[in-house]
Design a binder for this molecule. Sequence first.
Ligand SMILES: Nc1ncnc2c1ncn2[C@@H]1O[C@H](COP(=O)(O)OP(=O)(O)OP(=O)(O)O)[C@@H](O)[C@H]1O
Ligand SMILES: [Mg+2]
Length: 470
Amino acid sequence: MSVLLVEDDLSIAIVITAALEAEGFSVVHCQSIAERDRLLGEGAYQALVTDVMLPDGDGIETIDRVRARHPALPIVILSAQNTLDTAVRATDTGAFEYFPKPFDIDELARTVRQAAGAGQGVDLGGEEPLGDGLPLVGRSTAMQTVFRMITRVLRNDLTVLILGESGTGKELVAEAVHDLGHRRTGPFIAVNTAAIPADLIESELFGHEKGAFTGAVARHLGKFEQAAGGTLFLDEIGDMPMQAQTRLLRALQSGTVRRVGGRDEIRLDVRIIAATNKDLEPEIAAGRFREDLYYRLNVVPIHMPPLRDRRDDIEVLARHFLQHAANEGLPRRQLTAEAADLLSRQPWRGNVRELKNFIYRLALLAREDAIDPDSILPLLAVETAPASSEEGSGDLSQAVMRWLAEERPASGTIYQAAAAAFERPLFAEVLRETGGNQLRAAQALGINRNTLRKRLSELALDPEEFTRRS
Ligand SMILES: Nc1ncnc2c1ncn2[C@@H]1O[C@H](COP(=O)(O)OP(=O)(O)OP(=O)(O)O)[C@@H](O)[C@H]1O
Ligand SMILES: [Mg+2]
């Protein structure tokens, strides 16, 4: 189901898109009335969500045109002008719902779902509109800050430095800045600056002329030139070799590059976005990263919060990835509220990437269509077991994780099996301490003697064994 979103405030558009995608819609976004009319003419939509004040006119005044051509299309109106006038005008259009800003994003998503269900499904015979909407999912306050930073760099060429742990979405943000920004019609060229061999750095970044060195059989354009008119994304900048840092700095300072073996200074026409999962300040202190390059790159820093600091986003992301998994041909699954809650409480040290991979695996392996905690637990254990081994194995919760991974008790028996697995070493240890004396063991445990005797026989633990050993 497709929704057309007409909203010129990109930070709001990103948030709405994320919420609607989480509801299973595919969202096509545009920023003007002209684009709205063009897109409506080209594709079939189940709902229109529109702002009022748009760069080329008033979303309400021009709605009659939409009504005339698409009488069954439900319309939801958003407005920052929370005046009675706007509200009345919105209602007069027969809009499904009018939302004054700021609005509750969940309520909006619900309304659009109802609206789309109520509409008779205007299929004008057009093709499914292109575009998956905006890719960055998340509604937490931490992500809203990221969205606001993104919107501030869309209409300029300021250098952006994206910082954050691995898997937090740095590359996705770089792509969003490009795709939404004024250079979107130009190329987006990504370079992993840590992976270029030292002797190829200049040629890779700046290009070379034919015959510049042995093997240079033809002219080669470097990444800077390939990205002309667009964006150059310098990834893993914190791991860039020192020599390459010096070359890069020189290019950025002069605003020009020269191909290896070439004469001409070529003016740069790129927006630079750099990213790293390293903390650059200690790298600078240790002499591994040039301070002057750091200041050159760190014009607009965007900090990507780790997933554990925005737990509100985990459920939305999980549903988003389940949807994607289904679109890619994996079985379509639903997450129960309890399962979402369990996922939100995991540490996700690998951040969104780890969550994404986990959800795909879950979609593939879960036995039921509705995913509940029972289907998640065994997979979670596998997930966390190797990562946690570095942190010492004495921790009880890790022992439980490992046990779950190894035993994989059948659904419906997990608690009983876990309790038994826990009681066995516990009772054995206490019996050892009391030399097999059941009365003293029961007292130490604080349980009834008969209960202990019953459990020992159920667990096939023989107290005599501890008498003999002690
Ligand atoms: N907010 C988000 N919404 C949807 N998908 C996301 C989001 N953040 C990250 N992802 C997905 O998670 C994965 C990891 O993201 P990305 O590659 O951008 O991380 P990164 O910060 O560049 O990591 P690294 O430092 O390891 O390179 C990608 O598949 C990306 O699409
Ligand atoms: Mg990356």
